[in-house]
Design a protein around this ligand. Structure first.
Ligand code: UDP
Length: 480
């Protein structure tokens, strides 16, 4: 094995929402910038196997994927530990395993690139004289909030939490209380402390990559880059390198659902999905089913059982089912919607669906990967945020960028009733709706940003050049 080109080590925290963009970043570094890339994936006992992960994000032979031995955090978390804290703890526990894996390599990588939850790994980069970059798999606006957190720490409680005032982030859209990021609501909670620490540590990196692009978040990126002015947000360079989304898988035997899609008119189907883990309450599931049905719109719905466990109600309903509709959907739903709808349990091939010409709308939880997949396929959205920074994404998509509609119920997290769902579905599927035209413009701008000499291409090239210089310098030094 020869040490002839820069080698990037990428670290992905558990969860497909992190793994997918990290893999896409790795692929770009290999194909566009001639790097060799190793992706280290932190795993737990419940994680997907390597082949399952690669099924979700194929990258034949381009990258060296290393699953680190599973971390056991059972003694460190309780059922009350929030998801952000859980991820931070898992990543902390994985650090010795990452260190051993790097020690075992013949040549030390030139650069370590970590996602938000992996930023404590910067000590390993420093120990081995590697460059260190963070990769934010969300928006520039979320990055701005994260970087600004340590500064606004003390005002959050009084102004934002108690008085429900908007949080001001210099040069950026303010964060309304209704759209807030849950971990910042309780200054005594571990999630808050972890998140604030991330905001401090991010400023110690050589640069921060973010999965967005100039035309999508120009104003926020200017605010982030404007480091010399007072009130600055980022003290290190920020590189918009997106949208990095999963490519559509190579054609194989078609599923029944995709065959069904082939037979539907152009842009006539609305796709409904809440990401890799999103679930609705039983009441909300019923409202969504009824709203979809009464809209009369063709649909594909990725359905999961509701989170509450009302076993008594289920028992009674089971006895009166008139078809195979699952207990948590209205009785007879499958029969009544058979001609216009497909219900998929748990998981669907989302990129294949969104890139299909028959799909014309997306009811989405606004996870950032799903959002980008929708935009790069020119599909307008109904924004239905559930957790994490999804409320921020929904606000940005509906109010600033103009590619989504969202219910008035969301900021208050109230039930979205069937009549409103019906209206939103009809509105977003209207071919004359301005959001449809806007998302198509953004689709073109995304392609341009990623093409050779486009803004995101150049941004990543700048990072690649810095790594190349460090690689040459260290190699010359080693050779004396
Ligand atoms: N996904 C999928 N099928 C599903 C649900 C999700 O392929 O039924 C994929 C989706 O395409 C996206 C990822 O899982 O790439 C979810 O990431 P996102 O950031 O949207 O949300 P998260 O799951 O992290 O909340």
């Amino acid at each position: 094995m020869q040490n002839t080109k820069p080698h990037a080590a990428l670290l992905s925290s558990p969860g497909l929402g992190h793994f997918i963009p990290v893999i896409e970043l790795g692929k770009r570094l290999v194909t566009n910038h001639g790097f060799s890339v190793t992706v280290f994936v932190v795993t737990t006992d419940n994680s997907l196997s390597k082949s399952q992960l690669l099924k979700q994000s194929p990258c034949p032979d381009l990258l060296n994927i290393v699953l680190l031995p599973p971390v056991d955090v059972s003694g460190l978390i309780t059922p009350a530990t929030g998801i952000l804290s859980q991820l931070a703890i898992m990543m902390r526990e994985a650090l010795p395993k990452l260190r051993s894996a790097i020690v075992a390599m013949i040549f030390c990588p030139t650069v370590l690139i970590v996602d938000l939850f992996g930023i404590e790994a910067m000590v390993i980069a420093e120990e081995f004289n590697m460059l260190k970059y963070a990769f934010i798999t969300s928006t520039a606006w979320f990055l701005a909030l994260t970087l600004h957190m340590p500064t606004i720490d003390k005002v959050i409680e009084d102004n934002h939490v108690k008085n429900q005032q908007a949080l001001l982030i210099p040069g950026c859209k303010s964060l309304e209380f209704g759209d807030t990021f849950e971990p910042i609501l309780d200054r005594n909670d571990q999630m808050y402390i972890e998140y604030k620490r991330m905001g401090v540590d991010l400023q110690k990196f050589d640069g921060i990559l973010v999965n967005t692009w100039q035309d999508l978040e120009g104003t926020t990126l200017v605010a982030l880059e404007d480091g010399k002015k007072s009130g600055r947000v980022a003290q290190v360079p920020v590189f918009p390198v997106g949208p990095l989304v999963r490519a559509v898988k190579p054609a194989g035997p078609k599923s029944e659902m995709l065959e069904w899609l082939d037979m539907q008119p152009t842009e006539s189907v609305i796709y409904v999905s809440f990401g890799s883990g999103g679930t609705l309450s039983a009441k909300q599931t019923t409202e969504l089913a009824c709203g979809l049905e009464s809209s009369g719109q063709r649909f594909i719905w990725v359905v999961r059982p509701p989170i509450e466990n009302d076993s008594a109600a289920t028992v009674f309903k089971t006895n009166h089912r008139t078809d195979d509709t699952p207990d948590f959907l209205p009785d007879g739903f499958l029969t009544r919607t058979r001609k216009i709808g497909v219900v998929v349990p748990m998981w669907a091939p989302q990129t294949e669906i969104l890139s299909h010409p028959s799909v014309g709308g997306f009811v989405s939880h606004c996870g950032w990967n799903s959002t980008l997949e929708s935009i790069v396929n020119g599909v307008p959205m109904i924004a239905w945020p559930l957790y994490a920074e999804q409320g921020m994404n929904a606000a940005m998509l509906s109010e600033d960028i103009g590619v989504a509609i969202r219910s008035k119920s969301f900021p208050a997290r109230e039930l979205v009733v069937r009549e409103e769902i019906e209206t939103m579905v009809r509105t977003i599927m209207d071919e004359g709706d301005a959001r449809r035209a806007r998302v198509k413009t953004l689709k073109s701008s995304a392609e341009k940003a990623l093409s050779k000499a486009g803004s995101s291409y150049n941004s990543l090239a700048q990072v690649a050049n810095d790594c190349e210089s460090a690689f040459k310098y260290l190699k010359a030094k080693a050779q004396g």
